[in-house]
Design a binder for this molecule. Structure first.
Ligand code: CA
Length: 244
């Protein structure tokens, strides 16, 4: 994301007057705001390549509850900060929300000023976590290995003459591999640098995404030559396969 673009938030809320109030007030704070009234619609927004700085998620949605939504989001490898909204005061809901992967929790009715403060604090926290990364040198915009050609600026990816659609996170992971060819990358490092998570134990996410890259790009995904497992450590990207 370019620093000139306003930070983008996704509000997932089916009560239209609350959604409109949130959109207005967050826009006045300088955010670009998309509003989804259902989990399904939210999924469509989240499939777009631009990504979100944070998500405001109502627990009571018509098609899926917010806990389930958040859990699926995390399982898909998306770790955008989530603030959950609920009318329920039950403390077990708070625990459930946090267990589902939410970062913060607000009980309805809430003061807008409190929501704004929570959003800002969440973004500050994430910005602090990302500080190391923003000092990293810019990486090349193109990558070629085997029959694969990647243009990171235009998101154009081809294998031979077949074009491949990658999700934003798949592309981010591929880019991180491309920036560190031949180096053993630990799962923990990948979670920090690609998913921007510190102290996260959910390393299965990394494994699932590496499997996806292999499926896209390995001539034989069951016998990888580019995205190699390093036993007990993590993964190594080899643009040029080493002779067996
Ligand atoms: Ca609702």
């Amino acid at each position: 994301m370019s620093p000139r673009e306003p930070r983008r938030l996704l509000v997932i809320e089916d009560e239209s007057h609350i959604a409109a109030g949130l959109k207005l007030n967050l826009s006045l704070e300088g955010f670009a705001v998309d509003v989804a009234a259902t989990a399904r619609e939210a999924g469509q927004y989240l499939a777009r390549p631009h990504g979100y700085a944070a998500i405001v998620l109502d627990v009571m949605l018509p098609d899926l509850d917010g806990f389930e939504f958040c859990q699926r989001l995390r399982e898909s490898g998306n770790f955008t900060p989530v603030i959950m909204l609920t009318a329920r005061r039950a403390p077990e809901d708070r625990v459930r929300g946090l267990e589902a992967g939410a970062d913060d929790y607000l009980v309805k009715p809430f003061e807008l000023s409190e929501l704004l403060a929570r959003v800002r604090s969440l973004l500050r926290r994430r910005q602090w976590e990302n500080a190391d990364e923003s000092r990293a040198p810019a990486s090349p915009a193109q990558l070629e290995f085997g029959r694969v050609r990647v243009d990171f600026d235009s998101h154009r990816v081809t294998v031979g003459d077949r074009s491949v659609e990658l999700t934003r996170l798949e592309l981010d992971l591929l880019r991180y591999f491309a920036d560190h060819p031949g180096r053993v990358l630990e799962r923990k490092e990948l979670l920090e640098k690609v998913w921007r998570l510190r102290d996260c134990a959910n390393t299965r996410t990394v494994d699932n995404f590496v499997l996806r890259l292999r499926k896209h790009f390995e001539p034989d995904p069951s016998a990888p030559v580019h995205f190699l497992s390093v036993r007990g450590s993590g993964y190594r990207f080899c643009p040029v396969p080493s002779p067996a």
